[in-house]
Ligand binder design. Sequence first.
Ligand code: WTA
Length: 653
Amino acid sequence: MTQERISSVLSEERRFPPSKAFSASAHVGSERERKALVGQADADVVAFWEERAKELAWFSPWKKPLVWKYPHAKWFVGGTTNLAMNCLDRHLGSARRNKAAIIWESEAGEERTYTYYQLHREVCKAANMLLSLGVSTGDVVAIYMGMVPEATIAMLACARIGATHNVVFGGFSSEALRERINDSKAKVLITQDGVMRRGEVVELKLAADAALQKCKTIKHAIVLRHTGDNVPMKSRRDIWWHERMADASAEHEPLALDAEHPLFILYTSGSTGKPKGILHTTGGYMTQVAYTTKVVFDLRDDDVYFCTADIGWITGHSYVVYGPLLNGATIMMYEGAPNWPNPDRFWDIIERHGVTIFYTAPTAIRSFMKWGDHWPEQHDLSSLRLLGTVGEPINPEAWMWYHNTIGGGRCPIVDTWWQTETGAIMVSPLPGATTTTPGTATKPLPGIKVDVVHKDGTSCKANEGGLLVVQHPWPSMLRTVFGDDERYRKTYWSDYPKSRQHPGWYFTGDGARKDKSGNIWIIGRVDDVVNVSGHRLGTAEIESALVSHPAVAEAAVVARPDAIKGNALVAFVTIKALPKNTKRSVLAEQLRVHVAKEIGPIARPDDIRFAEALPKTRSGKIMRRLLREIVTGAATTGDTTTLEDAAVLERLR
Ligand code: WTA
C-alpha cells in the first residue's frame, strides 16, 4: 500500500463508455437500467436474489431466502435443487440440446466438441461410475487433472450425486496434493496419466502416486488415459476411467439436494502456513454465478466464450465450468500453454473458433505485450466483442494495450474483482452500461454491498485509502473454512464484528480506495498473501516450505513489484550452516527447487537473500513490513520501536 501506487492510479482519467451498438443488444443496456437494478436490490436485497434464483430450476422451493446467524449465512433454506441438472438437463428441452457446450483443443492440436446432449450423457455415466465405486452423497472426491473435458465431467458428476469436489491445481506438487486430500478426507481421487504443457508431459499420475502413499482416506484412484504414456496402476486401488465408463449407464436422475449441500472445497492461501479449505454450497453459489456470468459477460446464445483460467482455481470453477453452462453457453477450453508452439496460440484459437468473449489475467496480458504486437496482428480477432480481466489490479498501460491491440478499440473490458471466498464476481462493470476507466473494477454489482472503510469502521472519504469490506451476506459467499470454523471467524469476521449498527462485515484482506464517482480501485492485499502471476500465494506457506529444508533456520518471504508477474517473491533466509562444499548460489538454487517440489513451481522464490538475522519484534515476530521496504527500496516508515535489534535492519540494507 505505498503512496506512489495510490497517486499513480489517481491520475488516470480516461473514460470509455460502451458503444451504442454494444448497449443496444446487452442484457443491461444503459446506466439507467443498471441503476434501476441497484435500486431494486437496495430496496430489498434478499428479494433481489430470490428473483435471480427463480430463473433456475428447483425441485422444491425454499422456505426462507436467507437465514443469517452471524457469521454464518444460509441461502434459500429448505429449497432443493441440483447444480448439474441446472447446467445440463435444463437445456435439453430447448434449442440448446444440440449446441456445443464445450469446444476443446489439446495443446498438440486435437479438437473435440461436446454438445449439451453429449455432455449430459458423459456426466450421467461418470455419476454412475462414482456410485459404482461406493461414492455417496456427502463424500469428498479429489480431482487432480489438467484442462481436459473430463475434468469438467468429473466436477459435474460430483455435483450430480452430491459428492463434494476438491479440485487441486495440476501444477501443485504431490506434497500439496497430499495435504489437500488429507485435510478434506477425500475418499476417491480422479486424476490422469499426464497433461501436456509446452510440449512436455506433466506426470500427474506419478505425482498422485507419491501423494497417495500417505493418504489413508482414499479408497480408489480413477485414472483417465490422456497422453497414453505408461503409468503404474496399483491393483484394486487404481481404476481406468475408460474401462469403468464403458460399463456405466448413461441414465442418471439428478439428486434433489439441499440448497446448503456442500458443493465443493477449494484450497486457497491464507496468512498462516496451512491452506484454507474454502467451502461453497449449492443454491446460493449457483444463483450468483449464473447471474453474474449472464450480466457481466453479457452472454448470448451465439457467443463462444473463452476463459483462460485453470479449473484448479476459483475462476475455473465459476467461469470456465458452472457459470457458462448454467447460461447454456459454448465454452472454449484449451489444454496447454499460451506460448505453445508460438506466442500467438490464444489469438490463433480465437480466430479459428470465432471466440467472442475472452477472459484472462493481467499478468497474462503483460506477457502478451512483452512477446510483441506482431503475434496478435497476424490474426483476425474481429469475432471478439467483450474482454475481461481478473486476479489482480490491471495497470492502465496493460488495459490500453488489451483494449486497442486485442479488442480493436471496440470491445468493452470488464475488470472483475472477486475472490475464492466470494465464489462469484462482486465488483465489475456491466459492459452495456458502465463507463470504464483503466485500472478500476468500477462498482459493486446489483445485490452486493461493499465499502472502503477505516480500521474503526467509518467510511473512507473519496480517494482515501482503506480496507475493502462486504456489508451484507451474498448468495455465493463461502460458508466456512472446512474443518476449521474458528479460522473462518477469525480471518474474515473478527475485524468488523456484528454490532448494534450492522450485521457484521466480511473483511476481504484487500486495501482499496473509492474515487469521487464511487469507482473502487484495489490497491492490493494487506495481509501476508501475495498475488504472483494472478495466483494467490501465502507467504507463510512458502516460508514453512523453506524451513523444512535442513540448511534453513528461518525464512521470511515478501513481495517486490514485477513488471510481468505483478509481484515477484523475495525470500530472506538465515541458514544453520552452509552445507559442506556448497556455495551460497548453489544453495539458493537448491532452495528454489525445494519450494517448487514442496508447493509447486508457481511458488518458487525469484530471489533468495541470505541474512545473518531477520528483523523481529520483541515478542519474536518477523517484521515483514520492514523487509518489504527493503526490497522495494522504500525508506523505512512507520513504527520501528518494537524492533528488537535495530542493527539487523542496517545490516540487511
Ligand atoms: C485480487 C481470484 C484487483 C485481490 C478470483 C483478491 C483483484 C484476490 C481483482 C483474490 C481485480 C482479484 N482487481 N485485484 N479485478 N480480482 N484480485 O482468491 O487481491 O485467487 O483479494 O480469486 O485477487 O484471489 P483469488
